[in-house]
Design a protein. Structure first.
Length: 504
């Protein structure tokens, strides 16, 4: 079987790479019964074109009957739209390279509404990092205003913060306290992958599993030699269809975040998510490469810091942590920490676990052998993020919308399109291997785009259209060699990456 990934280009202007609110279509498309042409909207055009390139309801294209998502969505169903809403601020380059832009969500919502035919429910949800200000993020990205603007008909659209808890930081970024949230109003299910977990081959080191700034005792309770549990929002498990709408950017621990990594946001508590294993490689860890007494001491201090509620203990631990890190900087044989390097062998396993949950977990949290919901991916790579993503990405004007059914395939093409070699990225390499193992019969994938003169290109022939600098811990290890970019896309001159805040 041949799986297609669509690439649709859109013009990127340095001063206004995304259209202005309310992101209305720039043309009077025949599939929509109402609404005339608004201001030019190349993003909407690119999303629409990507669906056509994939052959979705192609026989009805440019007619009032065109329903490109009708193959996936039936009237009366619950549809989850899963953006990347990781954090509310990016000092390195603004929100445009950090989170999914709402102009992309606007086009996705419109086509989901078209497929639902005035019957059903849409949930737009994500689990940002623990310290994110969800209300401020919603204000910055205009999502609430957008839902007031569009004609929803009888379809209920709900915005969800899937987090079970948040934390409070001081002015130096130190965790000062934790607060419980209402979370998903539909509740949560603990999903145990057991022996089907990708973490099983390293389960003997489960006590080393960590995620920075979260309590390791919670991690130990949910990941053992024979148990690998995740806390999944019930709204996710109740959904019939998931439209995954990630932001394409680099990632310090996984090298790249796109469709696969975006699925992490279906989990309600980050304490359940192994991101690395403490210690050096020779010690059974992947936190850093070579053994270091100062780094090891720093990890123990960090465990104490996250496990204590005493203000005095936390203040002393913060001081000790700074000393350990400073000494490690001067004495360690490598600069890596917290699993933020090319030797991380943990995070890809967690990400693939959650992709397995999304596809195969029933509404009651048990695992089935057959897929339980349909998944479709539309990637916001109009402004992509390079460098120290996912929280401090530098904006790069890539001018791309990608679309496809299989997350692993879309991500592999996405990596090559921004100058990274998917064969050298454990998440992408192992995801594609998993996908091939699931395939029944011959397996192939192709990139289709108007820019490619109607031809379909296999993965190994795809060259970059833009270049994302990898994070420091991956630099020199994941770049695509011998395949120069077709154009000179770099950080847009004069573009600060900011999104306009809704006026009071």
């Amino acid at each position: 079987m041949c799986y297609l990934v669509a690439l649709s280009r859109c013009d990127v202007f340095s001063a206004q790479p995304y259209p202005e609110f309310p992101y209305d279509p720039g043309a009077a498309y025949p599939e929509f019964a109402s609404g005339g042409a608004g201001l030019p909207n190349p993003v909407y055009d690119a999303v629409r074109r990507s669906l056509y390139l994939l052959g979705r309801d192609r026989q009805n294209y440019d007619t009032p009957n065109w329903n490109p998502l009708g193959e996936f969505i039936c009237p009366g169903q619950q549809v989850l739209i899963k953006p990347n809403w990781v954090f509310h601020d990016n000092p390195a380059g603004g929100l445009a390279s950090l989170v999914t832009h709402s102009s992309v969500l606007r086009s996705v919502i419109d086509y989901v509404l078209l497929a639902l035919k005035n019957q059903g429910r849409i949930i737009i949800g994500d689990a940002p990092i623990q310290s994110a200000n969800f209300d401020l993020l919603m204000k910055h990205n205009n999502v609430s205003r957008l839902l007031e603007h569009i004609d929803k008909g009888a379809v209920d659209i709900d915005i969800r913060d899937f987090r079970e808890n948040t934390c409070e930081l001081d002015h130096q970024g130190r965790v000062m306290g934790h607060h419980r949230l209402c979370g998903d109003p539909d509740g949560y299910r603990t999903v145990n992958l057991g022996e089907q977990s990708f973490l099983c081959p390293v389960s003997s080191q489960s006590r080393r599993f960590r995620v920075t700034n979260y309590d390791p005792d919670v991690m130990r309770a949910h990941h053992t030699c024979d148990r690998h549990e995740y806390l999944i929002a019930q709204a996710v498990l109740d959904s019939d269809v998931v439209i995954n709408v990630p932001k394409l950017k680099t990632h310090r621990k996984a090298a790249l975040t796109c469709c696969l990594k975006n699925v992490v946001g279906i989990n309600g508590s980050k304490d359940y998510l192994p991101h690395h294993r403490v210690g050096a490689v020779t010690e059974g860890g992947d936190e850093y490469h070579w053994p270091s007494a100062w780094k090891a001491m720093g990890s123990k201090v960090l465990d104490l810091l996250e496990g204590s509620s005493s203000r005095t203990v936390r203040d002393l631990a913060q001081l000790a942590l700074r000393v350990c890190r400073r000494m490690a900087h001067h004495t360690a044989r490598d600069p890596y920490s917290e699993g933020s390097w090319y030797g991380n062998d943990t995070i890809w396993r967690t990400v693939l676990d959650l992709n397995r949950v999304l596809e195969f977990a029933r509404a009651d949290g048990t695992l089935a052998q057959m897929p339980q919901r349909k998944i479709f991916n539309i990637v916001d790579a109009v402004i992509a993020g390079g460098g120290e993503g996912p929280l401090r990405p530098d904006p790069v004007a890539a001018g791309m919308i990608l679309a496809g059914r299989i997350p692993a395939i879309v991500d592999n093409f996405a990596a090559r399109l921004v100058g990274l070699n998917p064969e050298k990225i454990p998440l992408l390499k192992n995801a594609l291997k998993w996908q091939r193992a699931q395939a029944k019969g011959p397996f192939d994938s192709r990139l289709v785009s108007d820019d490619l003169e109607g031809r379909e290109f296999p993965l190994e022939e795809v060259c970059p259209l833009a270049v994302l600098a990898p994070p420091a811990g991956w630099a020199g290890h994941v770049e695509l060699e011998g395949c120069p970019a077709r154009d000179g896309s770099q950080v847009s001159d004069g573009f600060d990456g900011s999104l306009k805040i809704a006026e009071e």
